[in-house]
Design a protein around this ligand. Structure first.
Ligand SMILES: [Zn+2]
Length: 404
């Protein structure tokens, strides 16, 4: 008779166990429901966020498109206004008796001064070469000149060798451009910096203080130029306006007839203070601003009565520095006005830019300043020339002036 009680007891135990499991399952279900609720809410917020972001992107895109359109509309308007100002001004001053030669120098070099060995980029030069033909066409139209020759100064020194694997890297990379440029009447000179890689510190240093190193940089770069172009560079430009009597001795020995490094600046340790280097940049503030042949003993002094040998075409000085084509246009325009009317008239004007200017925010200023030059070519005050042409014209003018 005990059997039913045993069964009942077991049945109750099983029932209790199931009830416990059911309670746990309910608890678990409630937990899951809560999690699902939180997830749904988060997802909802994310969706709202995504929708808001894409709306913002759309409105920004529309804004950029509108700004681009305004920029495209504004440039021609601005240039037309500047043309009118120039035309109104043209009758109010005396033009030089003969147009003054203008030399436009482009230093063709890596984007960075202290080149990153992991990314020795020349993108700026690529961009310049892309943009220049359209700008030149505008300048030809505005100036009425047959062409706007540039004097290019590619680098081929030890920094290029270390960074790009070959000192002749730029000569080879842009070889088609050099051929086309020369055929179109441009001139190809040589640019050189004395950067030296310091293995111990993993940094670049400009070793101006080591004349043997500077001579090595210069002679090896000239060698690269000769190997590529089969001739001696017709003109040289030192980096950071570094010039001294050793550099000029080497230029003379190598048969380079013209230098365009000189800027009428006071002495300074380095052009960019935070960079590394040795030596200093010599004081050239008292050097002539006109085309001249320098003394062997001191390049800042003209050699008296000398009618041949190496010449110097200084960059155009203005107010204790050099007039830069990346400065704001109103300043450059005013400076040009002043310089052109000087008596006696300058032997030439000369400006230099780095090739990466086309890939910087300075490009619009450069374009406006080039247009200022073009307007003065149109009115007969200036003429675009290469470095060698400017030198020949300046020397011919000097001879004319000294004739009775
Ligand atoms: Zn340079």
């Amino acid at each position: 008779m005990k059997l039913p009680y045993i069964r009942r007891a077991r049945h109750l135990a099983a029932l209790a166990e199931w009830e416990e499991r059911l309670a746990k399952a309910k608890l678990r279900q409630a937990e899951l429901a809560e999690k699902l609720k939180v997830l749904t809410e988060t997802r909802g917020r994310e969706l709202d966020h995504t929708r808001a972001l894409s709306k913002l992107c759309e409105s920004l895109k529309a804004e950029v498109a509108e700004l681009r359109q305004r920029e495209a509309d504004a440039d021609p308007l601005q240039f037309t206004l500047l043309d009118r100002v120039a035309a109104a001004r043209a009758g109010q001053f005396q033009k030089p008796t003969t147009p003054i030669p203008v030399v436009l120098c482009v230093d063709v070099e890596p984007d960075a001064r202290e080149v990153d060995l992991a990314d020795p980029s020349w993108r700026g030069t690529d961009v310049f070469l892309e943009k220049w033909p359209a700008l030149m066409a505008t300048l030809v139209e505005k100036s009425g000149a047959a062409s706007v020759p540039l004097t290019w100064f590619p680098r081929a020194d030890p920094q290029i060798e270390k960074s790009n694997g070959s000192a002749g890297f730029a000569l080879q990379r842009y070889t088609q451009h050099w051929e086309a440029a020369q055929a179109a009447g441009d001139e190809i000179g040589l640019h050189m910096h004395g950067w030296r890689w310091q293995e111990e510190t993993g940094q670049w240093s400009q070793d101006h203080g080591d004349s043997a190193w500077m001579e090595h940089c210069l002679r090896s770069a000239i060698g690269e130029y000769r190997a590529h172009f089969g001739k001696t560079p017709p003109v040289y430009r030192g980096g950071d306006h570094y010039l001294d009597d050793t550099v000029l001795r080497v230029l003379r020995e190598e048969g380079i007839p013209l230098d365009m490094t000189l800027e009428l600046l006071p002495t300074m340790q380095r052009l960019v203070e935070v960079e590394h280097g040795t030596g200093s940049l010599p004081d050239c503030s008292g050097a002539p601003a006109y085309a001249y042949r320098p003394c062997v003993e001191d390049f800042r002094v003209p050699a008296p009565g000398q009618s041949d040998g190496l010449g110097i075409l200084p960059l155009t000085p203005f107010q204790g520095g050099s007039l830069c084509l990346w400065a704001p246009n109103h300043r450059v325009d005013e400076a040009l006005e002043f310089i052109i009317q000087q008596k006696p008239a300058p032997s030439h004007l000369a400006f230099a830019v780095r090739s990466n200017i086309a890939d910087t925010g300075y490009w619009p200023c450069f374009v406006e300043n080039m247009l200022s030059l073009a307007r003065r070519v149109k009115e007969g005050s200036l003429r675009f020339t290469t470095a060698s042409q400017a030198w020949q014209l300046a020397m011919a003018e000097k001879e004319d002036a000294s004739c009775p």
